[in-house]
Ligand binder design. Structure first.
Ligand code: C2E
Ligand code: MG
Ligand code: MG
Ligand code: MG
Length: 290
C-alpha cells in the first residue's frame, strides 16, 4: 500500500489553483515590482452636484504608471493582484493614500468626500476594522468624509464577519456606498441589514438610458429603494448632456462621468475644485441654449 504522502493535501489545493502560465508569472513579478517601486498611483474622479456642477466628492481610482506601457487602468491588474494574494496589501496602500488625500483637502479648507473602492478580500480580512482605526488615528480627518465603496456581493453579503465589520465601520463614523448598484445578482433583502449612506447606480444603466426604457425604470427603482432606506443616490457613467438631463428629470442630483472629468491626479483635482468646474463654460452654455 502506498504510503500517505504528506504533500497530498497540498497538491489537491495546488491543482485547483489557476495554473501559472509564463505570462501570468511575468505579470505577477511585474506587479510586485510596481508595488515595491511606487509605480502605483491614486487618481481622483470628481463627483458633481448635477445642478450647481460643484465638486462634492472624488472617487479614488488606482492607476499603474508602467515604465514601458504608461498609465494602465485597473481592469486587468486588480484581478491579477487578487489572484496573487496582493489585494489586501494594495488595498491598504490605497486606503492610506485616501486618508492622506482627505487630510490634504481638509487642510485646504475643502469639504470634499473621498471615496475608496474596497475589495471583498479586504472585508473578509478580520483585521480590516483595526486597520481602518489605525489610519483614523494617524490622519484625524472627518471620518464622514471617507466613504467606502463596496460591490453588491460584499455589501449585501450574509457573512457575519462582513456584517460585523461594516457595523463597526459605520460606528466609527465612515460612510458606506454600494457601488455598481443593480449590476450584481444581489441578495437584495440584505440591504435592510446595513446602514447604507449611498447607492451608486451602475454606469451601464446610465449609458443605456437612450437605448432601452428599462434602464430608466431601474434607475427609478433604485431611487425608490434609496428613499425608503433614507440614503443618497449617485449615478456614474455620465458621458453626455443627454444623460445629464435624463438623470435630472428622474431626480438624481449627484453624479460622475467623463462629461465632467475623468480621473485626474490629486493636484489637478484641487485645481478643478478651485476653478469651479471644468465642464463649466461649455456645459453651462449648452444648458442655457437648450
Ligand atoms: P468603479 O468603482 O465602478 O469605478 C468607476 C469606473 O468607471 C472607473 O474605471 C472610471 O474611470 C469609469 N468611469 C467613470 N466615468 C465614466 C464614464 O463616463 N464613462 C465610462 N465609460 N467609464 C467611466 P477604472 O478607473 O478603470 O476602474 C475600474 C474598476 O476597478 C472600478 O470600478 C473599481 O471596481 C476597480 N478599482 C479601481 N480602483 C480600485 C482600488 O483602489 N481598489 C479596488 N479594490 N478596486 C478598484
Ligand atoms: Mg467605485
Ligand atoms: Mg462603480
Ligand atoms: Mg462600475
Amino acid at each position: 500500500q502506498a504510503k500517505q504522502n504528506k504533500y497530498d493535501n497540498f497538491q489537491v489545493i495546488r491543482l485547483q489553483e489557476k495554473p501559472e502560465t509564463g505570462r501570468s508569472l511575468a505579470l505577477k513579478a511585474d506587479l510586485k515590482r510596481a508595488f515595491a517601486n511606487d509605480e502605483l498611483e491614486l487618481y481622483f474622479q470628481p463627483k458633481v452636484d448635477l445642478h450647481s456642477f460643484k465638486i462634492v466628492g472624488a472617487e479614488c481610482l488606482l492607476r499603474w504608471n508602467h515604465p514601458l506601457d504608461g498609465i494602465i487602468v485597473p481592469g486587468s491588474f486588480i484581478e491579477a493582484a487578487e489572484s496573487y494574494n496582493m489585494m489586501n496589501e494594495v488595498g491598504y496602500w490605497v486606503l492610506e493614500r485616501a486618508f492622506h488625500s482627505a487630510m490634504l483637502l481638509e487642510g485646504l479648507g475643502l469639504d470634499i468626500q473621498v471615496s475608496v473602492n474596497i475589495s471583498p478580500t479586504q472585508l473578509y480580512d478580520s483585521k480590516f476594522v483595526a486597520k481602518v482605526k489605525r489610519l483614523a488615528g494617524l490622519y484625524r480627518v472627518n471620518l464622514a468624509n471617507i466613504e467606502l465603496e463596496l460591490t453588491e456581493d460584499v455589501a449585501l453579503s450574509n457573512s457575519l464577519l462582513v456584517k460585523r465589520q461594516l457595523g463597526q465601520i459605520k460606528a466609527l463614523g465612515l460612510s458606506i456606498a454600494v457601488d455598481d448598484f443593480g449590476k450584481g445578482y444581489s441578495n437584495l433583502a440584505y440591504i435592510r441589514d446595513i446602514e447604507l449612506d449611498t447607492i451608486k447606480i451602475d454606469k451601464t444603466f446610465v449609458m443605456g438610458l437612450d437605448r432601452n426604457p428599462v434602464n430608466k425604470a431601474i434607475i427609478q427603482a433604485s431611487q425608490l429603494i434609496a428613499g425608503a432606506l433614507g440614503c443618497k443616490v449617485i449615478a456614474e457613467g455620465i458621458e453626455s448632456v443627454e444623460h445629464l438631463h435624463a438623470l435630472r428629470e428622474i431626480g438624481i442630483d449627484k453624479g460622475q462621468g467623463f462629461l465632467f472629468s475623468k480621473a485626474v491626479p490629486f493636484e489637478r483635482l484641487v485645481e478643478l475644485i478651485h476653478t469651479d468646474l471644468m465642464v463649466g463654460d461649455s456645459l453651462a452654455y449648452r444648458n442655457r441654449t437648450g
